[in-house]
Design a protein around this ligand. Structure first.
Ligand SMILES: [Zn+2]
Length: 277
């Protein structure tokens, strides 16, 4: 199946005031577990591969091609998205391999350079029919940026989308990357103002730190793409740890990775129901 593009999924969700779950693939088993979870509840999902993940594997092709294969075989719409890519060369490699969408992150550059570089990437991606997500101002938690202080101004967001031609926009509304507890809250009034001003779907990064009620409220206020990674990795690793504590002499990695994949899959199904409303 899978005739949907990432932007189809986001546009449909935005119109119906629901969300789309976007979960990060680190190992092959993440892709398998996330897709199994989505199939169990019959809902679409976006599989994300970050530049950090590509660096971990040492190359883009093996993890991207395997993830694309799993996505294309799914019984629900699944698209493959590159997440937080700072290298234009990696974006072009991803386009050649057939990724469905790209988040290009030039947010560390000064504003004018962010705009100029993002415009070039948008032109390259659009020539492949691939939509681009970009970021305006850093979402908290990376490279020492203060976690909860950063906010995106709606007027700046409108101007950035207009100047770059991006198809979706990551905004800073109070969430922070890599949180291991779900205790954060977002600025719902700011989300409402961004949602009514910005003409493209909004993306919530750092959603791992938000409890269920905050996720639901953020979507109701106008967030569309909900990125979750750390929270799922915590469950995956917790399940692996439990097996290894119970069976300290285990040698077959399938024994414990299976438990991690199953934990991931169950939570993905639960989250997708919540996110889709
Ligand atoms: Zn992010």
């Amino acid at each position: 199946m899978n005739t949907s593009t990432t932007i189809d999924l986001l546009t449909a969700a935005r119109l119906s005031h629901s969300g789309v779950g976007a979960f990060n693939v680190v190992l092959l088993e993440h892709a398998e577990g996330i897709v199994a979870g989505a199939e169990n509840v019959g809902l679409p999902v976006i599989l994300q591969i970050s530049e950090n993940c590509i660096r971990y594997h040492g190359d883009l092709a093996p993890i991207v091609l395997a993830t694309l294969r799993i996505a294309r075989a799914a019984s629900v719409p699944v698209t493959v998205h590159l997440d937080h890519i700072e290298s234009g060369a990696l974006v072009r490699q991803g386009l050649a391999l057939g990724v469905d969408s790209v988040m290009f992150d030039a947010s560390k550059l000064p504003y004018n350079e962010n705009v100029a570089t993002t415009r070039e990437i948008v032109a390259a991606c659009h020539s492949f029919g691939v939509p681009v997500e970009a970021e305006l101002g850093e979402v908290g938690g990376k490279d020492g940026v203060h976690a909860f202080g950063v906010r995106t101004d709606p007027d700046d967001a409108v101007r950035f989308v207009d100047q770059t031609g991006v198809d979706s926009l990551a905004v800073a509304v109070g969430s922070s990357h890599a949180m291991t507890t779900r205790v954060a809250s977002v600025d719902l009034d700011l989300i409402r103002r961004l949602s009514s001003a910005v003409p493209v779907p909004l993306v919530l990064h750092g959603s791992s730190g938000l409890p269920d009620d905050q996720l639901v409220a953020a979507i109701a206020a106008g967030m569309t793409k909900i990125n979750i990674s750390t929270h799922l990795n915590g469950l995956f690793t917790g399940a692996v740890r439990a097996v290894l504590q119970e069976k300290p002499l285990e040698t077959d990695p399938r024994t414990f990775v299976t438990a991690g994949r199953a934990a991931l899959s169950a939570e993905v199904g639960r989250l997708l129901r919540l996110i889709n409303g």
